[in-house]
Design a protein. Structure first.
Length: 198
């Protein structure tokens, strides 16, 4: 990976970049917990690329696993940590392309760079923009308080959405307070998204 991969405009905000720099440094130094945290932070972003391209769950899982191996192998070579989300999307897109076109995931990083134009051509611009926006929303949700983050995830990301009475039980709240707290959490989320330029 002699040339830095910065194919996409997606960069994380400075506060998140500082957190990622600490995580990456710890990962490079062999900290297993840091690896778990880094993968947990970006797993939905990585997995969303093959899903958006219509791959089967098994193929999407293969792409995810292959991207994680690539991350493990090349993380120390990444020069611009702020572009980590773009780099992950790039790698996932290449892996999807190679799986779709060649039926295999084993590919050298140099070969992926050579195929960058063709790989991105297979992903519609709207899909790429949607993936980037989803990652920004996930980053914003992660900045909420734990209770607000959990509430937003249960109400808007679980399928089917968690009913208020179940949500109240899980969070240890009165059912009647859910609507008010939800409104405050969404207002905080909107403020964070605005600060992030969304």
């Amino acid at each position: 990976m002699e040339n830095e991969i910065n194919q996409l405009p997606l960069e994380i905000p400075d506060h998140a970049a500082a957190e990622d720099e600490r995580l990456v440094r710890a990962c490079v130094n062999g900290d297993e917990q840091a690896w778990n945290t880094l993968i947990d932070k970006y797993k939905r972003l990585i997995y969303s690329v093959p899903v958006k391209q219509g791959m089967s769950p098994d193929d999407a899982a293969d792409v995810f696993q292959s991207v994680c191996v690539e991350l493990f192998t090349n993380l120390a070579k990444l020069r611009k940590i702020k572009s980590l989300p773009s780099w992950l999307i790039t790698i996932a897109t290449h892996k999807c392309y190679h799986l779709h076109k060649k039926g295999k995931l084993e590919v050298e990083l140099d070969a992926m760079e050579e195929d960058a134009t063709e790989a991105f051509a297979t992903m519609p611009a709207e899909t790429l923009q949607e993936i980037q926006q989803e990652q920004i929303v996930r980053e914003a949700i992660d900045r909420l308080s734990p209770r607000c983050a959990e509430m937003v995830k249960m109400l808007f990301f679980e399928q089917p959405p968690v009913p208020y009475n179940e949500l109240a039980k899980r969070l240890g709240l009165a059912t009647g307070s859910i609507g008010f707290i939800r409104g405050r959490c969404l207002a905080r989320l909107q403020k964070i998204l605005t600060e992030m330029g969304f």
